[in-house]
Write a protein that binds this ligand. Structure first.
Ligand code: 13P
Length: 242
């Protein structure tokens, strides 16, 4: 397993259902990676493009966007942890809000997927976050508590798991919580369980070149999970270079 504590900051690009071979070629030739090796840059393309990327990259790490909770067997259309290992994938996003909302993924499933990833030396990036409705009801902490308690497996520790806080209402909207809100929520997550003390906790939701520095300067923010801005090579270069 990759040594998480050898990095000070993580930048994880979640390309979602975007990208093709031409885009990948352009991305790889235009991206400029940080010289600072304490920054870990992870690219998560579609699973179809993982193989192509694994053959064309050396300087950044590869992540998947999802994995099956099943090891093998009659599960048409699923992608196993073993298949990801074959492609030198080191990370896997689990429990993204789009999977929770659109594909009805439950905490228990996310937990199982994370257990399998850890057993196979892949790092789950487990996503948690409240909807706008939940925020407006003032129940953000309860929602996060439930997600953290049920989706993070007992076998998780700071060396094998990353947590990502992504407020659902901040994803793809250009809206972000205030810097104070991010600070308070990340502190809440860190203090929720003593074992989270040394976990890497990333922030995601409308991260851009002009807000990333302030967000990642917070004590309890160890990096960013980036959607839209990671598809623009110039913008993403600025994000990881700054
Ligand atoms: P945006 O950066 O486009 O808001 O997406 C965030 C996200 O969902 C990353 O996983």
């Amino acid at each position: 397993m990759i040594k998480l504590d050898s990095f000070s900051l993580f930048f994880v690009a979640n390309w979602k259902l975007n990208g093709n071979f031409k885009f990948i070629d352009q991305f790889i030739s235009n991206i400029s990676l940080p010289r600072d090796k304490s920054k870990c840059v992870v690219i998560c393309p579609t699973s179809i493009h993982l193989d192509y990327m694994s053959k064309n990259i050396n300087d950044f790490y590869l992540g998947a966007q999802n994995v099956s909770q099943h090891k093998d067997g009659a599960y048409t259309g699923e992608i196993s942890v073993n298949s990801l290992s074959d492609l030198n994938v080191n990370f896997c996003i689990v429990g993204h809000s789009e999977r929770r909302q659109i594909f009805y993924e439950k905490n228990e499933e996310i937990n199982l997927k994370s257990v399998n990833l850890i057993k196979n030396n892949l790092v789950p990036i487990i996503c948690v976050g409240e909807t706008l409705q939940e925020k407006e009801k003032g129940i953000t902490n309860e929602i996060l508590e439930e997600q953290l308690k049920n989706s993070i497996p007992i076998s998780s520790n700071f060396q094998n798991t990353i947590i990502a806080y992504e407020p659902v209402w901040a994803i793809g909207t250009g809206l972000t919580p205030t810097i104070e809100e991010i600070d308070v929520t990340h502190q809440f997550i860190r203090e929720h369980n003593v074992k989270f003390n040394k976990f890497k906790i990333l922030y995601g939701g409308s991260v851009k070149a002009d807000n990333v520095k302030l967000i990642t300067s917070l004590l309890n923010v160890d990096g960013a999970l980036i959607g839209g801005a990671s598809l623009k090579t110039d913008e993403f270069t600025k994000i990881i270079q700054d």
